[in-house]
Design a protein around this ligand. Structure first.
Ligand SMILES: *Cc1c(COP(=O)(O)O)cnc(C)c1O
Length: 366
């Protein structure tokens, strides 16, 4: 956060207008321009964005939705919360994102009494999924596409900005993402009707007709505040610079760690590098490495979760494990290690982190 954000928040506080208002409208306009889409609809979190998106597309009981198994649990949770059935599928071993092949396999093996109606590709850690292939599969099978682009604001696929592919695309402004508003989320679409549904759902189901307020559906309060939007506007102006810095630091990591026993993430064009997650060799315990790095003053963590192995999903959908395999997701959940990566990190800090990691390997004689 810079003085710019602090001043912008001060102005909102002095104005006395705190909830969704002119700051949100201005931030929405800038986001729509930046992404190149007709509608940008701000909400209170990335999870709220996903929830509203499913509601607006009338996905609910009787529907199934394809969700990558390796993700942050919110992607699957919202499917549960609208009463639909998540169909968890494996991801690519080095992009960590869902692939058209994984989706085709799931479609061919699915035999539940609910029909698959939608795909929710996740651009994992900012790595753009193959939207060309995914949109083809979706069209062939008449499926809706709701992208979880929580980590991918500013990313692109084949030169086209993320947020312009699926029926709806959802973003997050949580502090772990490329830009932040504290908490916050966004949905983008080119569809006017869907956009007005999204706006109704985030605001109690309210619609104004001739200045008269009416409730046209049962909605929620998922509004962003003007305080948050003021922060977001200042952050958005620096997004491209942040991404450039992240890409350059990723390259530094790559040059220092290439040739080691670590498996490095695939280099995909348009990646925002929200997280830099490497894969530890199978004979190393991640907890041991995290502890050893912590002793050297370096923070590291797991990257994301294999959803099928978490209690709620394991108990509910045990039979899925007979139908599907989760080899990549299991490995990424067990051996994935997220290393520090943010725009204020210096090249020499990255050098220290890389040598500390290689030292840990030597100490373990790997
Ligand atoms: C962060 C994240 C979310 C949730 O976003 P919040 O703003 O924290 O609710 C959902 N999906 C993915 C892939 C994420 O990384």
């Amino acid at each position: 956060m810079t003085d710019e954000e602090i001043c912008a928040v001060g102005e909102v506080l002095r104005s006395g207008m705190l909830v969704h208002g002119t700051e949100c409208a201005a931030f929405e306009e800038r986001l729509a321009n930046y992404i190149g889409v007709r509608h940008a609809v701000l909400v209170s979190s990335g999870t709220a964005a996903l929830h509203v998106a499913l509601m607006a597309l009338d996905i609910g009981p009787g529907d199934a939705v394809i969700v990558p198994d390796f993700t942050f649990p919110a992607t699957a949770n919202v499917v549960e919360l609208v009463g639909a059935r998540p169909v968890l599928v494996d991801v690519g071993p080095s992009t960590y994102s869902i692939t058209p092949d994984c989706i085709e396999t799931a479609l061919s093996r699915w035999s539940g009494n609910v029909t698959i109606r939608a795909i929710m590709p996740v651009h994992q850690f900012g790595c753009p999924a193959d939207m060309t292939g995914i949109m083809e599969v979706a069209e062939r099978n008449n499926l809706l596409v709701i992208e979880d682009a929580a980590c991918a604001l500013g990313g692109s696929h084949r030169g086209r900005t993320i947020g312009t592919f699926g029926n709806l695309t959802c973003f997050s402004f949580h502090p772990r993402k490329t830009i932040t508003t504290g908490e916050g989320g966004l949905i983008t679409t080119d569809d006017d009707l869907l956009a007005s549904k999204l706006r109704q759902i985030r605001n109690h189901g309210i619609e104004y007709c001739d200045g008269q307020m009416d409730i046209v559906r049962a909605g929620l309060n998922y509004r962003m505040t003007d305080i948050q939007a003021a922060v977001g506007k200042a952050q958005l102006a620096r997004l491209d610079g942040y991404i450039r810095k992240r890409r350059s630091l990723r390259q530094t990591y790559e040059s220092l760690l290439r040739g080691s026993k670590l498996q490095l993430p695939a280099l995909v064009d348009g990646h925002t590098w929200q997280t830099f997650m490497v894969i530890l060799p199978d004979d190393m315990q991640r907890e041991t490495v995290i502890r050893a790095l912590r002793e050297k003053g370096i923070e590291s963590n797991l990257g994301a979760y294999a959803i099928h192995s978490l209690s709620y999903y394991r108990q509910r959908y045990a039979d899925d494990c007979e139908r599907f395999t989760y080899d990549s997701s299991d490995r990424l959940y067990r051996q994935g290690l997220a290393l520090p990566l943010h725009p204020d990190l210096t090249v020499s800090q990255v050098q220290n982190i890389a040598s500390a990691l290689l030292e840990v390997f030597q100490e373990a004689r790997i």
